[in-house]
Design a protein. Structure first.
Length: 587
């Protein structure tokens, strides 16, 4: 029977990304890497372990998701090697399950059958020890289990004015995926160009769809409609326009869908930090009564224990973010809500009966969210969160009040008055009802209004030596904590108790209230890129915006029952295929 590779091509580090070697392979001093082509060279006695994020097999996950009932490892290169297969299990010692000596010769693949049926949990990996000088040019796990599902995958990327990212991404996908013989007729790339500025010379190998700028919601929906209209696509993969992932992640998503046990399977890719390429921001996500929470946050994927933790099935994935989300088109019951951006992926998952899974080795890299946080993102994030809560939950005034106050206070007490005003605007706009979204589907007027607020928190190049800074810790006594709380973090203190200096704080989603207490200025600083801005204590702005907030939430809570009813009534229509076809037919 034909042997089908299921995990390959990511065995070795490469030049496309800054990921460390030990996301791919661990090796001793007698092994060296070559980035182009991606190979490993061994001196006699050299040892390499592939118990890594990209090159191990998550046993329980693959067995849960797929029908694969046999597994082998295939190697290509030259030299004589001792090959072992091992299993790491959570809070258990390492287990060796196979040992064999193989002689590799160029252009010949050596395949070793593995005891797959005897394995149930942990991560399966390969260990190599060179008995002669040698080289490993290729290695992969394979199966001769027949494919269960015919899959034709459409990759949909929404682009807006990021040509320097999307053009190299198109070329990378074309070269390393679309041109592969084993992917012919199985994968196509569609780029929805919301900025209408891509030209044919830049986009060879991709289908380009010029589109109205209706944000990510409209762009991804336009690509999805294209796949449906073509009638030959079975699955869709939503991806960010930089496609900042190992191309093997896309191929693995295809393989998982081909061998899937359940047509409802949806693959949600993990997100790792660009600045720390081994650090998870999110691998899976939960949603609970209006609050989204990343799962496996901040785990280090160089560490075996952390890799095992990240594959545990303790938390159910409730939604998949659209930086990498692969699903069966036939399982769609509801289309995206016209949020423009933010929240569309959350509601899309909640409204469709997907079985969302994550998997080690399927991931992408992205900028830190705290770096991008500004009044616009605060506005867009809260308004979608409130709308989703109104549409999908039994509304509690206490719960929704806590959500709004949490967002608002995190900005106001951080001296980020532009963000606090943006949050007030988000609540006002959501309170206008479902009609608001129809009237502002392209968000151009709103984004123009927010642009002024963004200038107050604009990140600019900063040299710390230009400032006389106080570097303050976060420990405090109970007396200081009590004083800080009863004085609204210093806004009820007399002016002479406010220190007229600048304190340094990390740029994040909010200031550290302990650190900035009683300081007149805060320099919010993102050290990795030497960017920041100075925020100033302003009692007048604080109380003016706070009183405005109280008036807005009183009106919101007074009308919350009618508002929730209106949203729930409008949601089926505004998330229908017919709704979006009319939107594009009328534009």
């Amino acid at each position: 029977m034909t042997q089908i590779s299921i995990v390959q091509d990511c065995l070795f580090p490469g030049m496309d990304f800054s990921a460390p070697d030990d996301l791919y392979v661990r090796f001793d001093a007698n092994v060296s890497t070559h980035l182009v082509p991606r190979t490993l060279t061994f001196k006699i006695g050299g040892r390499a372990w592939f118990d890594t994020f990209y090159n191990s097999i998550s046993i329980a996950a693959w067995k849960r998701m797929t029908i694969i009932d046999n597994l082998a490892v295939s190697l290509e290169g030259q030299g004589v090697f001792l090959v072992r297969a091992g299993v790491h299990r959570f809070q258990h010692p390492n287990l060796w399950i196979l040992e064999q000596i193989v002689q590799l010769t160029p252009d010949k693949i050596e395949t070793i059958e593995l005891p797959w049926s005897d394995l149930h949990e942990g991560i399966l990996y390969i260990y190599l020890e060179a008995l002669t000088d040698g080289e490993l040019t290729k290695g992969y796990f394979s199966t001769h289990t027949p494919v269960a599902n015919v899959v034709h995958l459409g990759i949909v990327i929404t682009h807006f004015n990021r040509k320097s990212f999307v053009v190299p991404a198109i070329r990378r996908i074309q070269q390393h995926l679309l041109e592969r013989t084993d992917c012919h007729g199985k994968i196509e790339l569609i780029v929805v160009d919301n900025s209408c500025n891509l030209i044919a010379e830049e986009t060879g190998g991709a289908t380009i769809i010029p589109n109205l700028n209706l944000g990510g919601s409209g762009g991804f929906t336009r690509g999805l409609l294209h796949l449906i209209d073509k009638k030959n696509f079975t699955h869709c993969l939503f991806m960010d326009d930089d496609a900042s992932c190992e191309i093997e992640s896309i191929r693995r998503a295809l393989i998982l869908q081909q061998f899937s046990r359940d047509s409802k399977l949806a693959i949600s890719g993990a997100l790792m930090r660009e600045i720390e390429p081994y650090r998870l921001f999110e691998k899976g996500a939960s949603y609970n009564r209006g609050v989204c929470r990343p799962l496996n946050h901040w785990r280090d994927m160089r560490n075996i224990d952390e890799i095992l933790h990240a594959e545990r099935y303790d938390d159910k994935n409730v939604y998949g973010a659209w930086w990498f989300f692969c699903f069966n088109i036939g399982q769609i019951k509801s289309f995206p809500f016209p949020f423009f951006v933010r929240g569309d992926d959350t509601l899309f998952s909640l409204m469709n009966d997907f079985k969302i899974e994550t998997l080690n080795g399927i991931s992408c890299w992205g900028e830190d969210f705290q770096l991008k946080e500004n009044p616009s993102t605060r506005y867009l994030g809260l308004r979608s969160s409130l709308a989703i809560f109104l549409m999908t939950n039994k509304v509690s005034r206490v719960r929704i009040c806590r959500i709004m106050f949490s967002w608002f206070a995190s900005s106001l007490f951080s001296y980020n008055y532009g963000s606090a005003q943006a949050i007030n605007k988000a609540i006002r706009d959501v309170a206008k009802g479902p009609e608001f979204w129809l009237e502002n589907i392209n968000a151009s007027t709103i984004l123009a209004e927010l642009a002024t607020l963004n200038t107050t928190e604009k990140m600019v190049p900063v040299c710390l030596s230009d400032y006389s800074l106080v570097r303050k810790g976060t420990q405090e006594s109970r007396v200081r904590c009590f004083l800080r709380i009863i004085t609204f973090n210093g806004f009820l203190l007399p002016s002479f108790l406010i220190r007229k200096v600048i304190v340094l704080d990390e740029k994040s989603f909010r200031g550290n209230f302990r650190r900035i207490f009683r300081y007149q200025h805060v320099l919010y600083f993102y050290e990795a890129m030497s960017l920041g801005y100075v925020a100033a204590y302003n009692r007048k702005n604080f109380f003016r915006i706070f009183l405005d907030f109280l008036r807005i939430i009183f009106h919101f809570l007074w009308n919350i029952r009618q508002l929730s009813y209106a949203y729930k009534r409008a949601m089926p229509k505004m998330t229908s295929e017919d709704f979006w076809r009319k939107i594009y037919a009328n534009k």
